[in-house]
Design a protein around this ligand. Sequence first.
Ligand SMILES: O=C[C@H](O)[C@H](O)[C@H](O)COP(=O)(O)O
Length: 225
Amino acid sequence: MNAKQAAGYRAAEWVEDGMIVGLGTGSTAYYAIEKIGLRVAEGLKIKAIATSKASEELAAKYDIPLIKSSEVKRLDIAIDGADEVDPDMALIKGGGGALLREKLVAINSDRFIVIADIGKMVARLGQFKLPIEIVPFCYEWTLEQLRNRYDIDFAMRMRDGGLYVTDNGNYIADAAFGSIEFPAQLSHELKMMTGVVDHGLFVDIAQTVVVGYDDGRTEVIEKKN
Ligand SMILES: O=C[C@H](O)[C@H](O)[C@H](O)COP(=O)(O)O
Protein backbone atom coordinates (compact mmCIF):
# COMPACT_ATOMS: atom_id res chain seq x y z
CA MET A 1 0.00 0.00 0.00
CA ASN A 2 1.46 3.39 -0.95
CA ALA A 3 1.11 6.65 0.99
CA LYS A 4 -1.80 7.98 -1.08
CA GLN A 5 -3.71 4.73 -0.82
CA ALA A 6 -3.08 4.55 2.92
CA ALA A 7 -4.48 8.07 3.44
CA GLY A 8 -7.43 7.55 1.10
CA TYR A 9 -8.42 4.20 2.60
CA ARG A 10 -8.08 5.51 6.17
CA ALA A 11 -10.30 8.53 5.47
CA ALA A 12 -12.96 6.32 3.86
CA GLU A 13 -13.50 4.78 7.32
CA TRP A 14 -15.20 8.03 8.42
CA VAL A 15 -18.06 7.38 6.02
CA GLU A 16 -21.14 5.90 7.68
CA ASP A 17 -24.52 4.60 6.55
CA GLY A 18 -26.91 7.34 5.50
CA MET A 19 -24.25 9.98 4.91
CA ILE A 20 -24.13 12.42 2.02
CA VAL A 21 -20.49 12.37 0.92
CA GLY A 22 -18.41 14.80 -1.13
CA LEU A 23 -15.95 12.97 -3.37
CA GLY A 24 -12.71 14.78 -4.14
CA THR A 25 -10.54 14.72 -7.22
CA GLY A 26 -7.02 13.55 -7.98
CA SER A 27 -4.71 10.61 -7.46
CA THR A 28 -5.19 10.51 -3.66
CA ALA A 29 -8.97 11.05 -3.73
CA TYR A 30 -9.00 8.17 -6.21
CA TYR A 31 -8.20 5.77 -3.38
CA ALA A 32 -10.83 7.21 -1.06
CA ILE A 33 -13.45 6.78 -3.79
CA GLU A 34 -12.19 3.27 -4.50
CA LYS A 35 -12.48 2.28 -0.82
CA ILE A 36 -15.91 3.89 -0.45
CA GLY A 37 -16.94 2.00 -3.59
CA LEU A 38 -15.72 -1.29 -2.11
CA ARG A 39 -17.71 -0.54 1.06
CA VAL A 40 -20.81 0.27 -1.03
CA ALA A 41 -20.43 -3.14 -2.69
CA GLU A 42 -20.49 -4.62 0.83
CA GLY A 43 -23.75 -2.82 1.68
CA LEU A 44 -22.78 0.69 2.82
CA LYS A 45 -25.68 3.01 2.01
CA ILE A 46 -24.63 6.55 1.07
CA LYS A 47 -25.24 9.21 -1.53
CA ALA A 48 -22.50 11.33 -3.02
CA ILE A 49 -21.64 14.47 -4.94
CA ALA A 50 -18.44 14.39 -7.03
CA THR A 51 -16.14 17.38 -7.51
CA SER A 52 -15.21 16.66 -11.13
CA LYS A 53 -16.32 14.77 -14.18
CA ALA A 54 -13.42 12.36 -13.63
CA SER A 55 -14.59 11.58 -10.08
CA GLU A 56 -18.18 11.26 -11.28
CA GLU A 57 -17.03 8.58 -13.70
CA LEU A 58 -15.03 6.83 -11.00
CA ALA A 59 -18.02 6.89 -8.63
CA ALA A 60 -20.26 5.48 -11.36
CA LYS A 61 -17.73 2.69 -11.97
CA TYR A 62 -18.06 1.71 -8.29
CA ASP A 63 -21.87 2.10 -8.27
CA ILE A 64 -21.71 4.92 -5.72
CA PRO A 65 -25.12 6.67 -6.03
CA LEU A 66 -24.66 10.29 -7.14
CA ILE A 67 -27.18 13.01 -6.37
CA LYS A 68 -27.69 16.60 -7.49
CA SER A 69 -27.13 19.61 -5.26
CA SER A 70 -30.87 20.38 -5.52
CA GLU A 71 -31.58 17.16 -3.60
CA VAL A 72 -29.63 18.10 -0.49
CA LYS A 73 -28.79 21.19 1.56
CA ARG A 74 -25.48 20.09 3.08
CA LEU A 75 -23.05 17.22 3.02
CA ASP A 76 -22.02 15.23 6.08
CA ILE A 77 -18.46 14.78 4.97
CA ALA A 78 -16.10 15.57 2.10
CA ILE A 79 -12.80 13.80 1.46
CA ASP A 80 -10.26 15.32 -0.88
CA GLY A 81 -6.55 15.55 -1.63
CA ALA A 82 -4.32 18.63 -1.58
CA ASP A 83 -1.18 19.87 -3.28
CA GLU A 84 0.21 21.48 -0.12
CA VAL A 85 -0.90 21.47 3.53
CA ASP A 86 0.57 23.92 6.07
CA PRO A 87 0.66 23.55 9.89
CA ASP A 88 -2.62 25.55 10.22
CA MET A 89 -4.31 23.22 7.71
CA ALA A 90 -4.40 25.92 5.06
CA LEU A 91 -4.13 24.25 1.66
CA ILE A 92 -3.19 24.77 -1.92
CA LYS A 93 -5.49 22.74 -4.16
CA GLY A 94 -6.33 22.68 -7.84
CA GLY A 95 -3.35 20.92 -9.34
CA GLY A 96 -5.90 18.83 -11.19
CA GLY A 97 -8.02 21.86 -12.06
CA ALA A 98 -11.00 20.97 -9.84
CA LEU A 99 -10.57 23.69 -7.20
CA LEU A 100 -13.91 25.49 -7.68
CA ARG A 101 -16.15 22.44 -7.32
CA GLU A 102 -13.89 21.15 -4.57
CA LYS A 103 -14.20 24.38 -2.58
CA LEU A 104 -17.98 24.49 -3.03
CA VAL A 105 -18.29 20.95 -1.76
CA ALA A 106 -15.80 21.44 1.08
CA ILE A 107 -17.41 24.59 2.51
CA ASN A 108 -20.83 22.96 2.40
CA SER A 109 -19.73 19.87 4.32
CA ASP A 110 -19.95 19.36 8.08
CA ARG A 111 -16.51 17.79 8.06
CA PHE A 112 -13.81 18.27 5.43
CA ILE A 113 -11.09 15.64 5.57
CA VAL A 114 -7.89 16.24 3.63
CA ILE A 115 -5.89 13.23 2.54
CA ALA A 116 -2.23 13.80 1.77
CA ASP A 117 0.96 11.84 1.40
CA ILE A 118 3.72 13.11 3.67
CA GLY A 119 5.36 14.97 0.75
CA LYS A 120 2.43 17.42 0.73
CA MET A 121 3.07 18.65 4.27
CA VAL A 122 4.95 21.97 4.18
CA ALA A 123 6.03 24.62 6.66
CA ARG A 124 4.70 27.40 4.42
CA LEU A 125 2.47 27.33 1.32
CA GLY A 126 3.61 28.57 -2.07
CA GLN A 127 6.22 26.28 -3.58
CA PHE A 128 3.39 24.59 -5.49
CA LYS A 129 2.07 27.04 -8.08
CA LEU A 130 -1.25 28.43 -6.91
CA PRO A 131 -4.03 27.70 -9.43
CA ILE A 132 -6.32 30.66 -10.11
CA GLU A 133 -9.51 29.99 -12.08
CA ILE A 134 -10.38 32.91 -14.36
CA VAL A 135 -13.19 33.52 -16.81
CA PRO A 136 -12.28 33.13 -20.51
CA PHE A 137 -13.82 36.51 -21.43
CA CYS A 138 -10.98 39.05 -21.64
CA TYR A 139 -8.74 36.65 -19.71
CA GLU A 140 -5.64 38.50 -20.98
CA TRP A 141 -6.78 41.56 -19.01
CA THR A 142 -7.31 39.51 -15.86
CA LEU A 143 -3.84 38.02 -16.31
CA GLU A 144 -2.39 41.49 -16.72
CA GLN A 145 -4.23 42.66 -13.59
CA LEU A 146 -2.71 39.76 -11.64
CA ARG A 147 0.77 40.45 -13.02
CA ASN A 148 0.51 44.13 -12.13
CA ARG A 149 -0.65 43.36 -8.59
CA TYR A 150 1.90 40.63 -7.79
CA ASP A 151 5.42 40.75 -9.12
CA ILE A 152 5.64 37.03 -9.85
CA ASP A 153 5.26 34.68 -12.81
CA PHE A 154 1.74 33.69 -13.87
CA ALA A 155 1.44 30.99 -16.53
CA MET A 156 -1.76 30.08 -18.31
CA ARG A 157 -2.28 26.35 -17.89
CA MET A 158 -2.10 24.53 -21.23
CA ARG A 159 -3.47 21.18 -22.39
CA ASP A 160 -3.00 19.48 -25.79
CA GLY A 161 -1.57 22.62 -27.37
CA GLY A 162 -4.42 24.87 -26.23
CA LEU A 163 -5.54 26.57 -23.06
CA TYR A 164 -6.67 24.20 -20.32
CA VAL A 165 -10.43 24.41 -19.73
CA THR A 166 -11.92 23.46 -16.34
CA ASP A 167 -15.12 21.43 -15.89
CA ASN A 168 -16.78 24.85 -15.44
CA GLY A 169 -15.56 26.17 -18.80
CA ASN A 170 -12.96 28.51 -17.30
CA TYR A 171 -9.18 28.88 -17.63
CA ILE A 172 -6.48 28.49 -15.02
CA ALA A 173 -3.48 30.74 -14.38
CA ASP A 174 -0.80 29.09 -12.21
CA ALA A 175 0.92 31.59 -9.93
CA ALA A 176 4.52 31.07 -8.76
CA PHE A 177 4.32 32.80 -5.36
CA GLY A 178 7.17 30.71 -3.97
CA SER A 179 6.23 31.53 -0.39
CA ILE A 180 2.85 32.72 0.87
CA GLU A 181 3.23 34.44 4.22
CA PHE A 182 -0.42 35.36 4.77
CA PRO A 183 -2.70 32.84 3.01
CA ALA A 184 -5.95 34.30 4.38
CA GLN A 185 -5.09 37.78 3.15
CA LEU A 186 -4.03 36.55 -0.28
CA SER A 187 -7.18 34.43 -0.51
CA HIS A 188 -9.33 37.49 0.15
CA GLU A 189 -7.41 39.72 -2.27
CA LEU A 190 -7.66 37.26 -5.13
CA LYS A 191 -11.40 36.75 -4.58
CA MET A 192 -11.91 40.50 -4.90
CA MET A 193 -10.44 40.66 -8.39
CA THR A 194 -12.88 40.91 -11.27
CA GLY A 195 -12.30 38.07 -13.72
CA VAL A 196 -11.09 35.72 -11.00
CA VAL A 197 -13.69 33.04 -10.27
CA ASP A 198 -11.81 31.38 -7.41
CA HIS A 199 -8.39 30.09 -6.47
CA GLY A 200 -6.77 27.07 -4.87
CA LEU A 201 -6.14 28.54 -1.41
CA PHE A 202 -8.36 26.78 1.13
CA VAL A 203 -8.01 28.63 4.43
CA ASP A 204 -9.93 27.59 7.57
CA ILE A 205 -11.91 24.95 5.72
CA ALA A 206 -10.25 21.65 6.65
CA GLN A 207 -10.92 20.12 10.08
CA THR A 208 -8.94 16.91 9.68
CA VAL A 209 -5.83 15.87 7.77
CA VAL A 210 -4.98 12.22 7.21
CA VAL A 211 -1.30 11.92 6.36
CA GLY A 212 -0.14 8.81 4.53
CA TYR A 213 3.40 7.41 4.73
CA ASP A 214 5.24 5.22 2.24
CA ASP A 215 5.20 2.24 4.60
CA GLY A 216 1.39 2.36 4.70
CA ARG A 217 1.10 4.06 8.10
CA THR A 218 -1.30 6.95 8.58
CA GLU A 219 -1.47 9.83 11.00
CA VAL A 220 -4.67 11.73 11.77
CA ILE A 221 -4.33 15.41 12.66
CA GLU A 222 -7.33 17.33 13.97
CA LYS A 223 -7.59 21.09 13.75
CA LYS A 224 -6.88 22.90 17.00
CA ASN A 225 -9.49 25.53 17.88
O1 LIG B 1 -7.72 19.83 -8.65
C1 LIG B 1 -7.26 18.89 -8.04
C2 LIG B 1 -7.29 18.72 -6.60
O2 LIG B 1 -7.23 19.88 -5.85
C3 LIG B 1 -6.42 17.62 -6.05
O3 LIG B 1 -7.05 17.19 -4.88
C4 LIG B 1 -5.01 18.05 -5.74
O4 LIG B 1 -4.41 18.56 -6.90
C5 LIG B 1 -4.17 16.87 -5.22
O5 LIG B 1 -4.08 15.91 -6.20
P1 LIG B 1 -3.27 14.58 -5.99
O6 LIG B 1 -3.93 13.81 -4.91
O7 LIG B 1 -3.34 13.89 -7.33
O8 LIG B 1 -1.85 14.97 -5.66
